[in-house]
Design a protein around this ligand. Structure first.
Ligand SMILES: CC(=O)SCCNC(=O)CCNC(=O)[C@H](O)C(C)(C)COP(=O)(O)OP(=O)(O)OC[C@H]1O[C@@H](n2cnc3c(N)ncnc32)[C@H](O)[C@@H]1OP(=O)(O)O
Ligand SMILES: O=C([O-])CC(=O)C(=O)O
Length: 372
């Protein structure tokens, strides 16, 4: 038995949720470029869970279900208020909150298809509110109740700031939610599938997935990109900063991908949105710095930007706290995790690969008092 490092190129499951073939990303057969230009996040949620676009009635129905289930239990709010607020990362708070939500869901361990779909609706509806409530509580503000007349993108911004957002901000968040929703067998989705393949519950699967998304090699890269841009500070500093990192063989956050070779098809949409917003805010330097970093990296390595690179400057232009970037990713990706979790339950087999053992062999037990 020989191991493939990082399971590169290993096909671990069949799936009809999304595919990446020849650098083209599709959700249930719909090209991401088409969806990014035209779809609402709610339509994409329906698409991922049903593998078809909703008609008007089906869209209204899922919107209604999401709106009706958005309120989070008071116990989750009260729990947030007990945290050491300055040291808790919002991804850690989100991970704990999802686990906690499971305690207050009477159907948490009911495993039939209908109950699992109802839990999917509840989690999708509540995750954005968990994120925005924590973001407010740590600033000493009370959570804002979501409105039933706003889209998920608009409600995210509304419950974050307490103010009705402008059209461009809603367009940007909707695009981000559409673009991050699913991505074949990425690390967090694989984590979710491994977890529920033991026939564990939906809340456990999503909690595990959040833990995997948090790392800087995966979803955590968007926050790390903003840290890098903040360290660079000005466009003129980019060249020496990037050259030094590459000379030291350090990774440039937001570049590279395990599957894409020519480039991540999602990045161009976020790049366009980042440019639009940076002009509107009158602070173009974050977009310009990102452009410069892309030019510098590409001139030295065949590494195109991934989805996390331009999302950083885009969220920054919206005035969003940098440590909320990865939680926004989770608010979107939970739709994909849930699609994969439901798919796993429908055709389940325990996921249990093997390890190529490289440790010592034929050891004799030595009594404690004889060990050095
Ligand atoms: C939503 C997402 O999860 S998208 C990915 C978000 N993550 C990042 O942006 C973090 C930065 N990027 C990376 O760390 C990687 O490109 C990953 C994790 C995305 C993919 O990793 P892998 O497929 O395992 O590639 P691996 O890390 O082995 O890199 C292969 C080679 O490219 C280099 N490389 C890959 N990414 C980068 C980078 N961002 N900066 C500099 N060099 C890089 C590696 O140093 C390595 O070089 P070597 O062969 O000379 O040692
Ligand atoms: O697919 C991956 O490895 C990472 C990624 O881009 C994502 O999860 O969106």
């Amino acid at each position: 038995m020989t191991a493939t490092r990082g399971l590169e190129g290993i096909v671990a499951t069949t799936s009809s949720v999304s595919s990446i073939i020849d650098d083209t990303l599709t959700y249930a057969g719909f090209n991401i470029d088409d969806l990014a230009e035209n779809a609402s996040f709610e339509e994409v949620v329906y698409l991922l869970w049903h593998r078809k676009l909703p008609n008007a009635e089906q869209l209204n129905e899922i919107k209604k279900q999401l709106a009706e289930n958005a309120k989070i239990p008071q116990q989750v709010i009260d729990h947030f208020k007990t945290y050491p607020i300055n040291s808790v990362h919002p991804m850690a708070a989100l991970r704990t909150a999802v686990s906690l939500l499971g305690l207050f869901d009477a159907e948490a361990d009911v495993m039939d298809t209908e109950a699992n779909y109802r839990k999917a609706i509840r989690l999708q509806a509540q995750l954005p509110i968990v994120v925005t409530s924590f973001a407010r509580i740590r600033k000493g503000l009370e959570p804002v109740e979501p409105r039933t007349d706003l889209s998920m993108a608009a409600n995210f911004l509304y419950t974050l700031s307490g103010e009705e957002p402008n059209e461009v901000a809603v367009e940007a968040i909707n695009k981000a939610l559409v673009l991050h929703a699913d991505h074949e067998l990425n690390a967090s989705t694989f984590t979710a599938r491994v977890c529920v393949a033991t026939l564990s519950d939906v809340y456990s699967g999503v909690t595990a997935a959040i833990g995997a998304l948090k790392g800087p090699l995966h979803g955590g890269a968007n926050e790390a990109v903003m840290k890098m841009l903040s360290e660079i500070g000005e466009v003129d500093n980019a060249e020496s900063y990037i050259n030094e990192k590459l000379a030291n063989k350090e990774k440039i956050m937001g570049f590279g991908h395990r599957v894409y070779r020519q480039g991540d098809p999602r990045a161009k949409h976020l790049k366009k949105m980042s440019e639009k917003l940076s002009k509107l805010t009158g602070e173009p330097k974050w977009y310009e710095m990102s452009l410069k970093v892309e030019e510098l990296v590409r001139s030295q390595k065949p590494l195109p930007p991934n989805v996390d690179f331009y999302s950083a400057s885009m969220y920054h232009s919206l005035g969003i706290d940098h440590d909320l970037f990865t939680p926004i990713f989770a608010v979107s990706r939970v739709s994909g995790w849930l699609a994969h979790i439901l798919e796993q339950y429908e055709n389940n087999r325990l996921i249990r690969p093997r390890a190529d053992y490289i440790g010592p062999d034929k050891q004799a037990y030595i009594p404690l008092e004889q060990r050095g």
